[in-house]
Design a protein around this ligand. Structure first.
Ligand code: PMP
Length: 424
């Protein structure tokens, strides 16, 4: 397998050529949002400049061309996650995808959808299981669904080393469990969770599985049907694509049975003043005008990722990950969140605390050196609370980061405590 040449790839990302605060930009905030290669930017501009038209209304040439590009993009992005095109619903992002699922289940609970939708209906006392490591996007929609239906929300704890407490999961997931929602990779811990084990536990009690694949889609080869989950979401802007586009993957029989959440134009067959018949999935879940240029540019993004190769990307990021983690471990006063043993498979993402210095101060100190990291709770307050913190610093790398970037981070972090006069 040819090793990935991140130094060469950098040249494809125009933003990385900039200096920030008169320093070479060291962008280590890809878990928040990734940078975009020129090919993605060009694809979106070319569509807007040459083809832009309403899709699925093919009365004129450009509309027909736009429709072909849009549906080809669906097939391309679906293939990237191992799926067929009718298994991919466009959303505006992962948050929208999870809300779509939760509200659809809520609609099934109040009797909407066909007879096959009843299997999703929740009754008071039914249980929804999440993990302690959720991004708020995979937590609050379930809190809301539980509040609306009388279901009970439970969580799988996280060990001190950041791995999921699978033994606890085995006793938590019971005949009462109807939904098990979990992240493939937490945006704070970076550890690849054991999807297969959780799917087996959920399937053994007939529960629906929902995978938050936001942090895995840009970093590891992904085959959602092979993982066996019922539903999964991912976000385009984290995988070299534009904002406001994401995907919801569903097994065909699940998408066919779920009632819609958003309703309106483009998702119907026949409408009277009193009722409407809906199109099959995926269009049933795509009411209103879709993010067309963004979908087409996301297809260019996954083409870019595939051309580099997801296996090579993961291998490269493992090298960066080890360098970052081993380096951080050596710096005095650093506490890593979820510092699992080296054998645990993960992506190049580390959240840490510099003891005695507020995360925001660390962020500013690094920013002055051109190093972009994220600080705060990273939309994962319960997980920070579990580690006894309110905020952390998170460095997250991607295919365009080099070992030099990691060394600049380590050099920066090692100067923080003395700069702020912390001696203890
Ligand atoms: N889940 C995880 C694990 C995430 O990292 C994010 C983005 N920070 C989301 C969900 C939400 O994605 P979006 O804001 O793009 O909808």
């Amino acid at each position: 397998l040819p090793a990935l040449d991140a130094g060469a790839l950098r040249a494809d990302f125009p933003i990385l050529a900039q200096s920030v605060n008169d320093q070479r930009l060291v962008y280590l905030d890809s878990a928040a949002t990734s940078q975009k290669p020129q090919a993605v930017i060009d694809t979106e501009i070319a569509f807007l400049a040459q083809t832009n038209s309403a899709v699925h209304r093919g009365a004129h040439t450009l509309a027909a061309e736009a429709t072909v590009l849009f549906e080809d993009a669906r097939a391309r992005v679906a293939a990237f996650v191992g799926a067929d095109e009718e298994q991919l619903v466009w959303t505006s992002g992962a948050t929208a995808g999870i809300n779509l699922i939760a509200y659809s289940i809520g609609n099934a609970t109040v009797g909407r959808g066909g007879s096959d939708a009843r299997r999703f209906a929740l009754a008071p006392g039914d249980e929804i299981v999440v993990t302690e490591a959720e991004h708020h996007a995979n937590l609050i929609p379930w809190q809301e669904l539980a509040a609306r239906t009388g279901a009970v929300l439970r969580h799988i704890p996280v060990h001190e080393d950041g791995t999921l407490a699978l033994d606890a999961a085995a006793s938590l997931i019971s005949a009462r469990t109807r939904i098990v929602a979990f992240p493939h990779i937490s945006n704070v811990l970076g550890i690849i969770n054991p999807v297969a084990e959780l799917v087996i536990l959920a399937q053994s009690v007939g529960a629906l599985t929902v995978l938050d694949a936001c942090q895995s889609a840009p970093h590891v080869p992904l085959d959602l049907p092979a993982l066996g989950v019922d539903l999964a979401v991912f976000s385009g802007h984290k995988m070299l694509g534009p904002y406001a586009i994401g995907g919801l993957y569903g097994r065909a029989e699940i998408l066919d049975a779920l009632p819609p959440f958003m309703t309106g134009g483009s998702m119907i067959t026949t409408v009277t003043l009193d009722s409407a018949d809906y199109l099959p999935a995926p269009q049933r879940f795509e009411a209103g005008t879709q993010p067309v240029s963004q979908a087409i540019a996301l297809a260019a993004a996954v083409e870019y990722l595939d051309a580099v190769g997801m296996t090579a990307i993961h291998a490269h990021e493992r090298v960066l990950e080890r360098r970052m983690r081993e380096g951080l471990r050596r710096i005095d006063g650093i506490r890593l969140l979820g510092d699992a043993a080296d054998g645990v498979d993960r992506v190049a993402l580390s959240a840490f605390e510099v003891q005695g210095v507020h995360a925001h101060d660390v962020g500013q100190f690094l920013d002055a050196r051109g190093i972009a990291v994220r600080v705060g709770h990273h939309c994962a307050q319960p997980l920070h609370r579990r580690f006894g913190m309110t905020a952390s610093v998170r460095a997250s790398a991607s295919l365009y980061n080099t070992e030099e970037d990691i060394d600049m981070l380590l050099d920066g972090v090692s100067g923080v405590r003395s700069f702020f006069g912390v001696t203890a």
